[in-house]
Design a protein around this ligand. Structure first.
Ligand SMILES: C[S@@+](CC[C@H](N)C(=O)[O-])C[C@H]1O[C@@H](n2cnc3c(N)ncnc32)[C@H](O)[C@@H]1O
Length: 365
């Protein structure tokens, strides 16, 4: 283990998340905003190659799941959440139902689309894309989303089921999702899962053909989601093991740097616990802002280490084998990649393109 721990600092999360934010939010600046017509959401440049209709369906799930929140002026609420994120006061930012819904409406949709692109890019490495052999008939895919309460991963996986449809008919893929998060996102998770497994609402004037074509992303029997409110840094090894031991894939999407910032030593302990709990072949997918770093105290001097260096050090470094923990291999790495939203997408709140780093590891036997 590194002799770590004084302070851990990354850039303020709001900067990571809101790249196009021009000024820090000011308290009391929540004057009412006129509702704007839905605007195109993208910048220029290469965009996602996924079917636009599917991407729009995913955005609609967020819009329709929190329609009541959208029917009032959401901008002051978003401004408040932004302020708490900027101050790194996550307990307050994620401490009220209205804040959670506002967050899910504003920050989860572009993430959900980006993650679907990531899953599509990784398809030759992910189990459901590779089909099911007749011998095993193991069509179940267990996914644990750590820090996954805000719903982006859930909606992504709903979209993945749609992408898998041709494979699905043949193999009957079934997703079992476990979302674990320190904040109580249970209502957001329930609503978004409903949005995935139910037909989208249609206008009463919709044509018979539109009604006929209207389908849910996937069958509820094939898409289960369990939510557990837990602090991953302070869970007992047994409790963590119970939730992750069957996982084929564990995700840490825009969460690792946050927990490193909370405590570097607890994060290392948690990653080693995760390593011990998972079976050979399980994958760990880490996506975060490029350039995230933590400050580490080493022999009395402080040094900044990039998040990915710390992660590799814990999972692949000499300490991992010295402690006789099972090892990992890294199977994919992206230092910095853009996800750009296609311009034709429509959403009632402005969304942003995003940049990310990605690390995919496989647990060895
Ligand atoms: C920046 S958000 C990312 C949400 C989501 N994964 C996404 O990509 O959109 C970080 C999430 O990690 C959760 N989180 C932070 N610290 C945590 C901890 N110690 N244990 C569990 N969840 C935690 C937060 O509550 C929040 O939902």
């Amino acid at each position: 283990m590194l002799p770590l721990h004084t302070t851990t600092m990354g850039p303020p999360i709001s900067r990571n998340l809101h790249r196009t934010t021009k000024k820090a939010p000011t308290k009391g600046s929540s004057k009412p905003h006129k509702a704007k017509a839905p605007a195109p959401v993208a910048e220029t440049g290469p965009t996602s190659a996924l079917p636009i209709d599917l991407l729009q369906l995913l955005l609609n799930i967020f819009r329709d799941s929190f329609q009541d929140r959208l029917s009032s002026d959401i901008k002051p609420l978003l401004q408040e959440v932004k302020g708490h994120l900027y101050n790194r006061d996550f307990a307050t930012a994620f401490g009220k139902e209205e804040y959670l819904e506002a967050y899910a409406l504003r920050w989860s949709p572009s993430r959900a689309l980006c993650y679907l692109q990531i899953f599509d890019d990784l398809k030759n490495k992910l189990k459901p894309f590779n089909g099911v052999s007749e011998e095993t008939e193991d069509a179940e895919w267990n996914i644990v989303c750590l820090g996954g309460g805000a719903g982006a991963e859930i909606v992504t996986l709903g979209g993945l089921m749609k992408l898998l449809e041709p494979v699905d008919e043949e193999h009957g893929a079934e997703l079992k999702i476990t979302a674990i998060d320190i904040a109580d996102w249970s209502n957001v998770v329930t609503r978004l899962r409903e949005g995935v497994v139910n037909k989208p609402p249609l206008s009463k004037y919709a044509s018979a053909a539109a009604q006929e074509a209207n389908k849910a992303l996937t069958d509820p029997a094939c898409f289960s989601v369990g939510f557990h409110q837990n602090d991953v840094l302070n869970m007992s090894f047994e409790a963590l093991s119970k939730l992750v031991e069957k996982a084929d894939l564990v995700t840490l999407m825009f969460t690792l740097n946050e927990i490193y910032t909370t405590s570097l030593s607890l994060t290392q302990k948690f990653l080693l616990g995760l390593t011990t709990s998972l079976s050979a072949g399980a994958l760990l997918l880490v996506v975060d802002s490029p350039g995230s770093y933590s400050t580490v105290s080493l022999n009395g001097t402080e040094k900044k280490y990039p998040m990915q260096w710390l992660l590799d050090h814990t999972l692949l470094g000499p300490e991992a084998s010295a402690q006789d923990t099972p090892k990992w291999e890294k199977i994919k790495e992206e230092e910095s990649k853009w996800f750009r939203l296609p311009e034709t997408l429509r959403y009632p709140i402005e969304l942003e393109n995003m940049r990310y780093q990605l690390h995919l590891y496989r647990r060895l036997g």
